[in-house]
Design a protein around this ligand. Structure first.
Ligand code: DX5
Ligand code: ZN
Length: 219
């Protein structure tokens, strides 16, 4: 099993041919499928919901990494579990009761992630570290694919990596937004374990993009 993981974001795929796109990244060796759910309230855009995930679940064996950009996601956790999520990530800023929300994800037997927006400090995680499997550091403001990577994320990743190491916590760091073949090296060096990429995977030769990303990962 690889240490580092590539999670292509289907937000950048052509939804008309979603199935083909997913097969292509799966066959090329991508590890997770990053699935961006947007509600038009927590973030400006609306993307898609559980029924779409349910349809693609029948055709794919990949780990479904569901990123909920949704107000009070606690309301929908069962739906996403039933649709086929393996990992559910919620935004700390979108949960009135983050601890309860994370506990519910774990009760459903899923892996739990907590995401922080660019301006949200790491201290938000202080009393939740022991309950989670992954932290998702946003390197853009959530809501759209194709934005530029915010360099402030690099410092945050480094500091988080240090905290996790010091406390001997087995938590993955996922980074999402504006990652390309030109900056992925820095992101990995800062301490990322899981790399999300939408535009940079689905624009152009998908198979080649996946292989190029994976060959940027340390061996
Ligand atoms: C942003 C989403 C990201 C996005 C990444 O709100 O959470 O997952 O799809 O797309 P790129 O890689 O194009 O920034
Ligand atoms: Zn995402």
């Amino acid at each position: 099993i690889d240490m580092y993981k590539l999670a292509p974001s289907i937000l950048a795929a052509d939804f008309w041919r979603l199935g083909e796109y997913i097969k292509e990244v799966e066959e090329a060796g991508a590890d997770y499928l990053h699935i961006d759910v947007m509600d038009g309230a927590y973030v400006p855009s609306i993307s898609f919901g559980a029924p779409v995930i349910k349809s693609i679940r029948k055709e794919s064996k990949m780990v479904f990494d569901v990123h909920l950009m949704v107000e009070e996601p606690i309301r929908y956790l069962e739906d996403f579990k039933e649709a086929g999520a393996d990992i559910i990530t919620v935004h700390a800023e979108a949960c009135r009761h983050l601890h309860r929300t994370v506990a519910k994800i774990k009760e459903l037997g899923l892996k739990a992630g907590v995401s922080l927006n660019p301006s949200t400090p790491l201290v938000e995680l202080e009393y939740i570290y022991q309950d989670i499997d992954m932290v998702l550091i946003m390197s853009v403001n959530p809501g759209f694919g194709g934005q530029s990577f915010l360099p402030l994320a690099l410092d945050k990743i480094k500091t988080l990596k240090e905290i996790l190491k010091q406390r001997q916590l087995n938590i993955d760091i996922e980074v999402d937004g504006g990652i390309t073949l030109s900056n992925v090296g820095e992101v990995l060096k800062a301490g990322a374990d899981v790399i999300v990429a939408g535009t940079a995977v689905f624009n152009g030769d998908i198979k080649k993009n996946v292989i190029d990303f994976k060959s940027a990962f340390p061996k």
